[in-house]
Ligand binder design. Structure first.
Ligand code: 4AD
Ligand code: MG
Length: 441
């Protein structure tokens, strides 16, 4: 085939011309002497037209009865068609079948509905379906937008280690690693290390995989997920709230600009995303508790929330459904939060921390805080939390040599993808999810 190779996404640039597409057969409709194959190439779908009278017999025969997901190289003339979802159709003139999927062992994911377990077991093939491909494109856009936001705002990317000697977010959720007979763990967050690089470079961020050996089986939890974390020297809680709302608004706007078609394929109501702009509503933990208790009294929430605890999934779902923008809940009781958080000088029982809850019931997408600046207090906390002091020696050094107020936050990419795409479960937000009962494929 001698015509120029293009992609389905770019095919509009070739209207009226003959082009080559390299992809797979997505579906085939046959009506007598007319074949309507739909091809996909990873960038989109396009319908081809193959009239028996207009093509050489071997081309007609190659496509007739062709099996789903057979790999094909197709040549044809691009024709604008208003009724086509992509706006174009292909008048097929030639085809080469690279591999014909056997009728005896057909492609397992047909166009009918399949159960989630079946699809998860075939995740390596499920990613081929247009909706899944769109989700992965939105995920890539979110990651790119997150990186652009920080790169354009004076932050330096600094990569923390993945194999670490100690816990960051709590000792109960660590994945152990045998590090040459020494006990090590997979990181839960790059935070402690980027506190060090923030004190070296001022404004930094990290982006990488993080691991939680959580036994939670919710629609929000993965055991392996990707987190983007900014950390800023001299930043206080108020600065972090502004940074978080600017950051989220930037990402949503970017997705609307660049991934509107994908969001439509996914079935997202984009009008909800169009409302997302800074500033976001802010409520304290105390306000949130009042809202939860009132909801319980009205019968809108099953469990009565007791002051002093951390919010469970149903609580977050309720709170986040009350706002049409993300809501920033700040100043939680220090006892429910991590050891490194700076206490509120006016209420030392509270931590200068924030969680950003996405709207529509999505719950927490960001967690962050101002970090403890005092050496003495931090030592005390490390002991209270029964953490190995020796492993935190370097971290304590940051409070010995030019300690300053500083802080940052982490956003889980999968939580952000689930919300922006409007998905029910985080399992669809990452190519190969790792969950409590999922290690294959
Ligand atoms: O709230 P977390 O645990 O905060 C930290 O790890 C801080 N050290 C971050 C920092 O301040 N630099 O986690 C941050 C975010 C959560 O808001 C959530 O979006 C995501 O990481 N996350 C998870 N996502 C998927 N599955 C899980 N098991 C997650 N745990 C946290
Ligand atoms: Mg959190």
């Amino acid at each position: 085939m001698s015509s120029p190779v293009t992609t389905i996404a770019e095919i509009g640039k070739h209207e009226g011309q003959t082009v080559t597409i390299r992809g797979w057969l997505y579906n085939l409709r046959e009506s007598g002497k007319l074949l309507f194959p739909i091809f996909r190439d990873g960038s989109g779908l396009i319908q081809g037209i193959v009239p028996k009278s207009a093509v050489p017999p071997e081309v007609f025969d190659a496509i007739k009865g062709l099996t789903q997901e057979s790999s094909v190289i197709v040549e044809g003339k691009v024709r604008a068609d208003k009724r086509a979802p992509s706006g174009y159709e292909l008048d097929v003139s030639n085809v080469e079948v690279l591999q014909r999927v056997s009728e005896e062992d057909p492609y397992p994911i047909s166009l009918k509905e399949h159960g989630v377990d079946f699809l998860m077991e075939h995740r390596h093939l499920w990613v081929r379906t247009p909706r899944q491909a769109s989700i992965l494109r939105v995920r890539a856009e979110i990651i790119k937008a997150a990186r652009d936001f920080f790169d354009e705002n004076g932050f330096t990317l600094t990569d923390p280690p993945i194999i670490t000697p100690a816990a960051c977010e709590g000792t109960t959720t660590l994945f152990p690693v045998d590090y040459f007979e020494e006990q090590a763990y997979l990181t839960q967050s790059g935070q402690l290390y980027i506190e060090a690089t923030a004190l070296a470079l001022g404004k930094v961020y990290s982006f990488g995989p993080t691991f939680r050996a959580e036994k939670s089986k919710t629609r929000r939890h993965l055991t392996e997920f990707w987190m983007v974390e900014p950390e800023v020297a001299y930043a206080k809680l108020d600065d972090l709230m502004v940074l978080a709302e600017d950051f989220i608004s930037f990402i949503v706007k970017r997705c609307l600009e660049k991934r509107r078609a994908d969001l439509q394929t996914i079935g997202r109501d984009v009008s909800k995303l169009e409302k997302i702009s800074a500033p976001f509503p802010r409520i304290t933990y105390d306000d949130a508790v009042k809202m939860l208790q009132e909801a319980h009294a009205k019968g809108a929430l099953e469990n009565k929330f007791e002051y002093g605890g951390d919010f469970g999934s149903p609580d977050e779902t309720y709170l986040s459904a009350q706002f049409d923008k993300p809501v920033i809940v700040n100043r939680y009781p220090a006892v429910v939060k991590a050891f490194y958080m700076e206490p509120d000088p006016e209420r030392p029982d509270l931590a200068l921390c924030m969680d950003v809850l996405a709207p529509e019931g999505y719950g927490e997408i960001i967690g962050g805080s101002q970090r403890m600046a005092s050496y003495e207090l931090l030592v005390k906390r490390i002991r209270e939390h029964n953490l190995p002091e020796e492993a935190f020696k370097w971290y304590l050094d940051l409070r010995k040599y030019g300690s300053v107020p500083h802080g940052g936050f982490g956003m889980g990419i999968e939580r952000a993808v689930a919300w922006i795409c409007g998905l029910e479960h985080v399992r669809e937000t990452i190519p190969f999810p790792r969950m409590l009962h999922r290690l294959y494929p």
